[in-house]
Design a protein. Structure first.
Length: 311
């Protein structure tokens, strides 16, 4: 994995980089000649780089230790690389040492070239291209048209709270990354009883223009590539509090009145206490909600309650 990033810094793409570019969320099993109780996943030395078996084994174990990954872990490729880029800023001390104690510990000739660091500077976009702006704009236009024509709107549950936070933060249509402000405007001024269905995943009608949405998987890949995991838990936590399930349908204003009654703060739904970055459960929103709820939600909740009570 480090070699793939190093090659990018030299203007090259390894077979691994090409495979990840072609299918960014394919499962990747990360193995190492760890031996002991992890011997079941040892790959052997056939594909080792020339630095030697002991050197390669130490380097792999050093990387796994820094990542807090066990040998044999399986992760989506995007997630694995995003975590790696976050946790390993340099290969100094991994691929080469300041002091060479013996020929077998000389390390890789590229270790001090800066190639890895240059490759990392391009961030994940150097390995996995982002969704094109033209695609995002087209999806925004298509989904907004569908929203206004819909007799029922599907939405993943927890982003109903995100819509309130956005409203409290002054976000109003048009909003390029998602369709939540447009949904609130529709509920407040045109269709107060619009049926809302609780849906799983990064549903198209609300999330179509999101840069972190993978259309083929209906998945969210923010939060170091694993946004769907933490977001799925938020969805279920909110459904449990509301007494609803995936597939439940409620009129929009009735649904929001239920939310405002039972969710006075985002903290119980959104916090991620004890989860650290980089990790598949960590995200900035979860960390900020550990000690208190989002103040923008409180502002948005009070503002929307006032508007809904007036109309």
């Amino acid at each position: 994995m480090l070699c793939a990033i190093c090659a990018l810094g030299e203007g090259r793409r390894t077979p691994l980089a090409e495979a990840v570019r072609e299918s960014p969320d394919r499962p990747v099993r990360i193995v190492c000649n760890a031996g002991d109780v992890y011997a079941y996943q040892d790959p052997g030395v056939r594909e080792d780089t020339p630095e030697g078996a002991d050197y390669n084994r130490k380097r792999d174990l050093d990387i796994l230790q820094r990542m807090s990954w066990p040998p044999g872990i399986v992760l989506p490729a995007r997630t694995a690389f995003m975590m790696l880029l976050e946790r390993i800023p340099t290969v100094e001390g991994l691929c080469g040492y300041e002091t060479v104690t013996a020929e077998g510990w000389r390390g890789c000739e590229r270790a001090h070239s800066g190639a890895y660091e240059r490759g990392r500077a391009g961030d994940i976009a150097a390995l996995i291209p982002p969704r094109p702006q033209e695609e995002l704009q087209a999806e925004k236009a298509r989904s907004i048209q569908a929203l206004h024509e819909a007799e029922e709107v599907s939405i993943r549950p927890h982003i109903l709270l995100c819509a309130v936070c956005q409203y409290g933060n002054g976000v109003r249509p048009p909003y390029p990354p998602d369709n939540l402000p447009e949904l609130l405007q529709l509920i407040l001024h045109e269709k107060p009883d619009l049926p809302i269905r609780m849906a799983r995943g990064a549903d198209w009608m609300m999330c179509a223009p999101c840069p972190a949405r993978v259309p083929e998987l209906n998945a969210c890949v923010n939060v170091l590539g694993s946004g769907g995991l933490s977001n799925e838990k938020r969805d279920l936590d909110l459904l449990q509090v509301l007494g609803l399930q995936f597939g439940s349908v409620m009129p929009a204003r009735e649904l929001y009145r239920l939310i405002f009654e039972r969710v006075p703060s985002t903290a119980p739904i959104c916090q991620r206490e004890g989860n650290v970055s980089p990790g598949c459960w960590w995200d900035g929103c979860g960390e900020s909600n550990v000690t208190a709820g989002n103040p923008r939600y409180d502002q948005g909740r009070r503002g929307l309650m006032a508007v809904m009570n007036q109309t």
